[in-house]
Ligand binder design. Sequence first.
Ligand SMILES: [Zn+2]
Length: 112
Amino acid sequence: MATQNQQIPLQIRKIIFEKFNDPNLRFTNDEVFDVLKQSGLDSSLTIDDMEPYFEQLHKEGLIRPIAQNFTTQYFKIFDVVERFDCKSCHLEICLGKLEPRTCPNAACKAPI
Ligand SMILES: [Zn+2]
């Protein structure tokens, strides 16, 4: 379980890369959560459980919150998101252009 949850921020990064990869685009935590659920997220997890992950992605410099309406949070990316294959942990990872070139996998953190 813990291992699976550690992958959630990486999954959110990938969803943003694939579906919301435009700095002018506004997207919501609900939209990202819907894709996570379609991708087989543990059904006991709720949108509230995702809040720390969105906060983490804000701190890491991928997304910024721009508005909130009840539980719906609106985000934009800081800059275009790029995909890499980490040579250290061999995961496919997605990084915003302005982020440090460091693997976002918490168990890895190798330079990209
Ligand atoms: Zn890595």
